[in-house]
Structures are given as C-alpha cells and as structure tokens.
Design a protein around this ligand. Structure first.
Ligand code: FMN
Length: 188
C-alpha cells in the first residue's frame, strides 16, 4: 500500500479477530515502530508482546491491579477488565523506558513511544491488519506497573490491540477540516 494511502485510510478497528500478523509481516510492523523520531537516540520504546493464553494472564494481572487500587471494585468491572485482553489475538503493551538526559525531558521520550505506537498502527494497516490504541483507568497506575514487573524507570503508556479487523470504530461525523486545525501564524 502506498504510504499516503495508508496514512489517510487508517481507521481504528474496534473488533479484531484471528489471525494476528505473524512471521516476516510481524517483524516488518515491529521494525516500523523502531523508526519513530527519537531525540538523542535514547530508544525509549519497550513493547511487551502478549498473545495466546498469556492474554488471560494479562487479564488476571489487570484485575488484581484494579482490585489493589480499589478493593471495593464491582465484580462486574473486574470480570470486564479480565476479559479485555481477549478482544484481539495480539496485544502490545506500550512502555516508555525513561532515561535521565540533560536535553530530553521524560515527556519527549513518551512522545517518541506514542509515535512508535502510531507507526505500528499504520504498518499493521498497510499490511492488511487492524488495530486500536486503548488505555483505561489503571493504565498509568503503580499497581499495574508492579503487576507487569516494570522497572522503576519504565512507564506504561497504553495497549495496542492488533489483529484482523471485523469492524472499524464508527466516525461520529465528517473528518475534521484542515482549516479548523491549521492556521497561519501570525494572523494577517
Ligand atoms: C492515548 C490514547 C488512549 C486511548 N484510549 C482509548 C480507550 O481506552 N478506549 C477507546 O475506545 N479508544 C481509545 N483511544 C482512541 C482510539 O485509539 C481511536 O483513536 C479512536 O477510536 C478514533 O478512531 P480512529 O483512530 O479511527 O480515528 C485512545 C487513543 C489514544 C491516543
């Protein structure tokens, strides 16, 4: 697929089924992530790859984190979060490994991981797959970080669900207009 066609045509896929990208295709998608802009080449990107039955282990970890955060959590909410990783055959956890650097604040390193995530979504789309970036209440919580075994310099930034798209996220209306989002500065 041509690059601009992929950029302009990508939509998040709310429903994802087997198969997930495998083999060389998966490798190309993952390599695309590593082309994200990266100030001072700190390479902050850490993707945790979760699939097959390990998705259930992730669901258990999410539920434990949620309960640790709020012991009064409704059992229905726990059941929902436990099942969340089963919504797609492949789940990537977006993790930023933050380095101390005199010129590159943590925020810029998080931006780089976000760019890498978008690279994955675009490359997956270009390869005929689909995905969606999701977060949720416990994404950024210390309880989830502990469950995932993240190091003190690592931060969880979200979840990329990947697979074969069954349904895209419906767009609420027309695409935003360029005029609305870009303006000449200073105003004349
Ligand atoms: C950081 C971040 C977190 C997000 N979290 C969620 C989420 O938890 N649930 C959700 O439905 N969409 C979430 N989204 C939005 C979807 O990924 C997606 O962008 C949105 O549904 C619009 O679809 P589109 O990508 O086709 O325009 C998140 C997006 C970003 C950038």
């Amino acid at each position: 697929m041509e690059a601009l066609e992929a950029l302009l045509g990508r939509s998040s896929a709310a429903k994802l089924a087997e198969p997930a990208p495998q083999g060389e295709v998966r490798e190309r998608i993952f390599r695309a992530a590593l082309r994200a802009p990266d100030h001072a080449r700190l390479r902050p990107w850490r993707f945790l790859v979760v699939e097959a039955e390990d998705r259930s282990h992730l669901g258990e970890a999410l539920a434990r984190a949620m309960q640790a955060r709020d012991p009064q959590t409704d059992p229905a909410a726990l059941a929902k979060v436990r099942a969340n990783p089963l919504r797609a055959p492949l789940v990537l956890l977006l993790v930023a490994r933050i380095s101390e650097h005199p010129k590159v604040p943590a925020l810029e390193q998080q931006f780089s991981v976000a760019c890498a995530a978008q690279c994955v979504l675009l490359a997956a789309h270009a390869e005929g797959f689909g995905g969606i970036w999701r977060s949720g209440a416990i994404t950024y919580s210390p309880e989830l970080h502990a469950e995932l075994g993240l190091a003190p310099d690592e931060q969880m930034l979200g979840f990329l669900y990947l697979g074969t798209p069954l349904a895209v996220v419906p767009r609420p209306g027309p695409d935003p207009s360029v005029q609305e989002h870009f303006r000449v500065w200073p105003a004349h």
